[in-house]
Design a protein around this ligand. Structure first.
Ligand code: PGA
Length: 262
């Protein structure tokens, strides 16, 4: 029997908004969604601020019981010790983070994170009860050389080595050529890769985990194109970068159900 997956709209702030700006942003986002009578059963909402904002976001979300989840943009593969500059999953768990983004293409490219690093971070997230949002995606060169699914599927296979599927997982398919470019994949392209990723999850972790796992599309998602992605059967939400920094645009993405069929 098919499991109903709650759509998931995740805002990756990257290195934007300090902790004071974060407080104002999350408060206004919550108001905007409340004003619009957003039903959180239609779409779960999460924001991924910089590390230095997380304590402020936690305090606000918990004081006002806001229905907004949050997580970090990265986590150390290690739990504690001499790792200058790194952040343990234990610290994120203490801040009530539910999620953590792992293996974003900017980490893979600019910080040379390998598939093995991504796998170690996924295991670290699970050790601390965090749900990893594992990012995979091909470059324009990969697309030309290997077609659309080969690289993301290989990256996910490596990321899931030794992973316990019962501990929670979100996958984000983000073609590198679509990130920040204004050139989103087509819904059909996203569906093709997301369905290949779901088949891989079924192979590695079983059908039940595969049918419960949310697979997001990311790369130049906007209010104007979100509904077309969410119409695809294997696309369960979006990881949104640039457009997640604009409250009106992001809340409109969250309320994609209102513009399905528009
Ligand atoms: P974008 O970024 O929405 O600005 O393309 C997506 C991402 O990097 O997660």
């Amino acid at each position: 029997m098919a499991v109903k997956r709650t759509p998931f709209i995740a805002g990756n702030w990257k290195m934007n908004l300090d902790h004071l700006q974060a407080i104002a942003f999350v408060q206004k986002l919550a108001w905007a969604l409340a004003d619009a009578k957003h039903d959180f059963a239609d779409a779960e909402v999460a924001v991924f601020p910089p590390f230095t904002d997380l304590r402020s976001v936690q305090t606000l979300v918990s004081a006002d019981s806001l229905p907004i989840a949050y997580g970090a943009q990265d986590v150390s593969a290690h739990d504690s010790g001499a790792y200058t500059g790194e952040i343990s999953g234990a610290f994120l768990a203490q801040l009530d983070c539910r999620y953590v983004i792992i293996g974003h293409s900017e980490r893979r490219t600019l910080h040379h994170e390998t598939d093995a690093d991504v796998n170690a971070k996924v295991l670290a997230a699970h050790r601390h009860g965090l749900v990893p949002v594992v990012c995979v995606g091909e470059t324009a060169d990969d697309l030309e050389a290997h077609g659309p699914s080969a690289v993301p599927v290989a990256q996910l296979r490596a990321a899931l080595e030794g992973v316990d599927g019962s501990k929670g997982l979100v996958v984000a398919y983000e073609p590198v050529w679509a990130i920040g470019s204004g050139q989103a994949a087509t819904p059909a392209q996203a569906e093709q890769v997301c369905s290949a990723l779901r088949a891989l999850i079924a192979e590695l972790l079983g059908d039940e985990v595969a049918s419960a796992t949310r697979i997001l599309y990311g790369g130049s998602v906007k209010a104007a194109n979100i509904a077309s992605f969410l119409r695809e059967p294997n696309v369960d939400g979006a990881l949104v970068g640039g457009a997640s920094l604009d409250i009106d645009e992001f809340s409109s993405i969250v309320r994609f159900k209102k513009h399905v069929g528009a």
